[in-house]
Design a binder for this molecule. Sequence first.
Ligand SMILES: *[C@@H]1O[C@H](CO)[C@@H](O)[C@H](O)[C@H]1NC(C)=O
Ligand SMILES: *[C@@H]1O[C@H](CO)[C@@H](O)[C@H](O)[C@H]1NC(C)=O
Length: 176
Amino acid sequence: MPTPAARERSSHHAVGVLLAVLRVLLNLTHDNELGSHRLGEQEGAVKTVLDIIFLLCDVLPDEHRFDTNVLGLGLLINMIEHNSSNRQQLDRLPVDYHVPLHGNETLPTGEGCPPPEVKGDDETSQEEGRGLLKGRNTCVRSLIALFLKHYHNAEGATIELDHLSPYPTFPMDYKI
Ligand SMILES: *[C@@H]1O[C@H](CO)[C@@H](O)[C@H](O)[C@H]1NC(C)=O
Ligand SMILES: *[C@@H]1O[C@H](CO)[C@@H](O)[C@H](O)[C@H]1NC(C)=O
């Protein structure tokens, strides 16, 4: 039976390896069509990246949560930026991660707004843009809700910081 300390050490190592793998994949897919294509053709790749962003981040210790979130989102961006079939995978994935909204906030329906710019002016790309905008896809809605959650957290943090003023000032005679 491993001791709690040993268990903590090995889960710490596991997270370290996961972060390293995410960094490698991020590099391989950065501005790289072939990398995005190769990763996207692995079964369930888009869903796995979403699971990392939405499910894994929630159970990670605080010190790893931010890095994992940012690396996961970066990887998702790389995968969909240069590859329309990865974008379609994301658009068609019927997964709602139920990110709670702030107060009585609701997500916009996007009715009456122009579709966002998507690369490619063929009909499929334009349809994709309209679909994304309407947020008909629940995992895109989850991503929007995730953004709003962090936005409100950041607002809260700014208000807290404001209460800490006056800010400490550096001593003027400080010498190195
Ligand atoms: C995008 O990636 C898929 C695999 O997910 C591949 O089949 C397809 O050819 C790629 N498309 C482009 C335009 O790179
Ligand atoms: C949400 O609640 C705030 C007050 O808490 C109110 O001012 C606002 O109009 C509400 N918004 C909607 C869309 O109901």
